[in-house]
Design a protein around this ligand. Structure first.
Ligand code: AP5
Length: 217
C-alpha cells in the first residue's frame, strides 16, 4: 500500500500513522518527526529548520524534498509500501514527489485527507504530550499517561511541543489553508483523494482507512 496522509495540524495524522503502521507493516515517513530529530541532534539541517518550525512556518521546499529523496533512494524498502505523513504540504512538494515516485516506479494508491474542525484541533494540540524517548503520543484529557509526565510505554519523560501554543497553532492553521489545501485539490484532480472525518475517535478513523486499503487488495 502506498499512501499519503494529509490534513490540518492536529487532525491526527501521526496518531493514525502509528496505528496503521502496526496493521499494514509499511514504512512510515513523517517529515515533522525527521525535522525534530535533526533539531534534537543539532545537525546543520536541524539548525536551518528550527527557526521556521518554532514559528509554525513551513520549512523551504528544497530542504524537505531533499529529505524525501534520500529516504526513497536509500533508507526505506519502498517496494513494501510507504505512508507519508505531513508531506507533501505545497503543490511544489507534490510535484517533486511525483518525480521521485516516477523514478522508483512506486506510484501513490491513495491520499487520505483527514478533515477536522478548529475547536477539535485546538483542544487536541494544546493537550498533546509526547514521549521524548519513544515518541508515543498522549493527550492530557483524551489519553493521559497513567503517571503525569511519564510515558506508559517506556518510562520516558513526556513533553509539550514548542509549536503547540495557541498563537503558533493559529499560524500553522493559516499556513495550512493557504499552502496545503491546494495540495488536496491537486490530488483531487488525479482522483486519489479519500476524505475522512477525523473528528471521530482514532480507532474509528483507522477502521475507515483500513476498509479502503483492504478493498484495494
Ligand atoms: P508536523 O509534525 O507534521 O505537524 P502538523 O502537521 O502541524 O501536525 P501535528 O503533528 O501537529 O498533528 P497530527 O495531525 O499529526 O496530530 P497527532 O496525531 O499528533 O510538522 C511540524 C512542523 O514541521 C511544521 O509546522 C513545519 O514547520 C515543519 N514541516 C513538517 N513537514 C513539512 C513539510 N512537508 N514542508 C515544510 N515544513 C514541514 O494528534 C494530536 C493530538 O490529538 C494527540 O495528543 C493525540 O493523542 C490526539 N488525537 C489524535 N487523533 C485523535 C482522535 N481521533 N481522537 C482523539 N484524540 C486524538
Amino acid at each position: 500500500m502506498r499512501i499519503v496522509i494529509l490534513g490540518p495540524p492536529g487532525a491526527g495524522k501521526g496518531s493514525l500513522a502509528y496505528l496503521l503502521k502496526e496493521e499494514l507493516g509499511i514504512s512510515h515517513i513523517s517529515t515533522g518527526d525527521i525535522l525534530r530529530d535533526e533539531i534534537k541532534n543539532s545537525t546543520e539541517l536541524g539548525l536551518q529548520a528550527q527557526a521556521y518550525m518554532k514559528k509554525g512556518e513551513l520549512v523551504p521546499d528544497e530542504i524537505v524534498l531533499g529529505i524525501i529523496e534520500t529516504k526513497f533512494d536509500s533508507d526505506i524498502k519502498v517496494e513494501q509500501g510507504y505512508m507519508l505523513d505531513g508531506f507533501p504540504r505545497t503543490v511544489n512538494q507534490a510535484k517533486g514527489l511525483d518525480r521521485i515516485l516516477e523514478k522508483v516506479k512506486q506510484p501513490l494508491d491513495y491520499v487520505f485527507y483527514l478533515e477536522s474542525t478548529e475547536g477539535v484541533i485546538l483542544s487536541r494540540l494544546t493537550g498533546r504530550r509526547i514521549c521524548r524517548n519513544c515518541g508515543a503520543l498522549f493527550h492530557m484529557t483524551n489519553k493521559p499517561p497513567k503517571q503525569d509526565g511519564v510515558c506508559d510505554h517506556c518510562g520516558g519523560e513526556t513533553y509539550q511541543r514548542t509549536d503547540d501554543s495557541v498563537d503558533t497553532i493559529k499560524n500553522r492553521l493559516n499556513i495550512y489553508l493557504e499552502s496545503s489545501l491546494p495540495v488536496v485539490e491537486y490530488y483531487g484532480e488525479q482522483g486519489k483523494i479519500r476524505k475522512v472525518d477525523s473528528d471521530k475517535e482514532a480507532e474509528e478513523v483507522k477502521e475507515i482507512l483500513l476498509r479502503t486499503c483492504n478493498a484495494h487488495g
